[in-house]
Write a protein that binds this ligand. Structure first.
Ligand SMILES: Nc1nc2c(ncn2[C@@H]2O[C@H](COP(=O)(O)OP(=O)(O)OP(=O)(O)O)[C@@H](O)[C@H]2O)c(=O)[nH]1
Ligand SMILES: [Mg+2]
Length: 429
């Protein structure tokens, strides 16, 4: 099996709580607040690692949890940062993190934070002001991001071998590279993409053998449709057509139709056409076919060649042509052109910011406030602690929530619900 998809559960570490503490010194009867901050929870991070070829390891274990942040302590000691949880994935993995950021991990070593740890709470030292010299509250740490994410692997190959089943794709890969794919005289021998490396002495190219494509592949027929996604990242296609087959031109058109039907511009990739099995027809017929196909396709193809994996005819020339067709300077198979807006580690989407809130009257004297910033404020404080509640009220006033509540018909003493919390709010003026 070749695993090109996986779904895993990721959990960022919870932030540590801030500490409530007061200085105690021999000669100072009542010292000031000295509670330290909680540490940040650890992140779950995907890291592209060339020792992996597919996502099989993520099928064996699917839960990844980063470490909690340490709690703050007295004497202004801050809690330790939670430990990071690193998940190794093969280069070519695409993923959307829990915050909606999309990543494409192309180069080994690239990283993506898919579940951020929660922030730590501030210790009581931070809440000391001239009018509140001895705050007896501190913030709680926040939960880390939690949820399921889906990973998708898209192979990074320079050239993709495509064609109908039995066209001779695997045989060619076996002749041009050290890969040893299964070859047999029945269709659908290849059931998963196989990669091989083509070596010119000073440069290497990766060739991918894609399972045979049949009519309807883009819509789900056969096996090839599963792997059309891998063709996306190839820089050129090597389209193989069995010259000794019943209807070579029809076979070629059928595959072209599937490429177009798949979308994503697969049909726009530069294509080398290779007429295979030339040993099965007379020499002159093979040469005539090459001339005829070149005429017919004209500029639509990079070129037309005929080879035999059985006798080796035409293989040396084809090898040179493949190297010429794939430009050398760039890094292999950068995805940015094929899929705009999905480049390596570029943020393409961010959910709405933390500002803003909504107030809804949900019953007589009961108001529900929603909004990420407000919900975080409440999650960080113990509203049962009168001092903490006093602080929360002050913040709500500053943000404009109290004024908005009043406009919505709120009376002091009414119930306010925010997130999981419900409390009576009686703000002074
Ligand atoms: N005579 C001859 N037979 C060939 C040649 N290339 C491949 N074959 C035969 O054609 C059959 C199919 O070859 P494969 O390489 O498995 O074809 P494929 O395109 O990978 O097929 P799928 O994996 O099913 O899509 C096998 O029986 C091969 O031995 C060739 O150049 N000459
Ligand atoms: Mg094959």
């Amino acid at each position: 099996m070749f695993y090109d998809r996986a779904k895993i559960f990721v959990e960022g570490g919870r932030g540590g709580d801030g500490c409530v503490s007061f200085r105690r010194e021999a000669h100072v009867p009542r010292g000031g607040p000295d509670g330290g901050d909680g540490g940040r929870g650890g992140d779950v991070v995907l890291e592209s690692d060339a020792s992996w070829r597919d996502l099989v390891s993520l099928h064996r274990s699917r839960h990844f949890r980063a470490g909690r942040g340490g709690h703050g302590q007295g004497k202004q000691r801050h809690g330790a940062r939670g430990s990071e949880q690193v998940v190794a994935v093969p280069p070519g993995t695409q993923v959307e993190g829990l915050d909606g950021t999309r990543y494409d991990l192309v180069e080994p070593g690239q990283r993506a934070v898919v579940a951020a740890g929660g922030v730590g709470g501030h210790g009581n030292k931070r809440f000391a002001t001239s009018t509140r010299q001895a705050p007896r509250f501190a913030e709680r740490g926040l939960e880390g991001e939690v949820g399921w994410i889906e990973l998708r692997l898209k192979l990074l190959a320079d050239a993709g071998l495509i064609g109908q089943p039995n066209a001779g794709k695997s045989s060619l890969l076996g002749r041009l590279t050290r890969a040893a794919p299964k070859v047999a005289s029945y269709p659908f021998t290849t059931v998963e993409p196989v990669l091989g490396t083509l070596d010119s002495g000073d440069r290497q190219l990766v060739l991918a053998d894609i399972p045979g494509l049949i009519e309807g592949a883009a819509g789900g027929a056969g096996l090839g449709h599963e792997f059309l996604a891998h063709v996306e990242r190839c820089r050129i296609l090597i389209h193989m057509v069995d010259i000794a087959g019943e209807d070579p031109a029809g076979a070629y058109e059928a595959v072209r139709t599937e490429l177009g039907a798949y979308g994503d511009g697969l049909e726009l990739l530069p294509e080398l056409v290779v007429l295979s099995k030339r040993d099965l027809v007379p020499e002159a017929e093979a040469d005539a076919a090459v001339a005829e196909w070149s005429d017919r396709l004209g500029g639509d193809a990079l070129g037309v060649f005929s080879v035999s994996s059985a006798t080796g005819a035409g293989l040396d020339e084809l090898r040179l042509v493949i190297f010429e067709a794939v430009p050398g300077e760039e890094a292999p198979a950068s995805v940015s052109e094929a899929e705009p807006g999905f480049e390596a580690e570029h943020i393409t989407y961010r959910p709405a910011g933390d500002q803003g809130f909504d107030i809804e009257r949900v019953g007589d004297g009961v108001f529900e406030i929603s909004g990420r910033g407000i919900e975080m404020l409440i999650a960080r404080h113990d509203t049962q602690n009168p001092e903490a509640l006093g602080y929360v009220e002050q913040r709500l006033r500053e943000i404009g929530v109290i004024a908005a509540l009043r406009r919505a018909g709120f009376e002091p003493g009414d119930e306010v619900r925010i997130g999981e919390d419900a409390f009576e709010l009686d703000p002074g003026d």
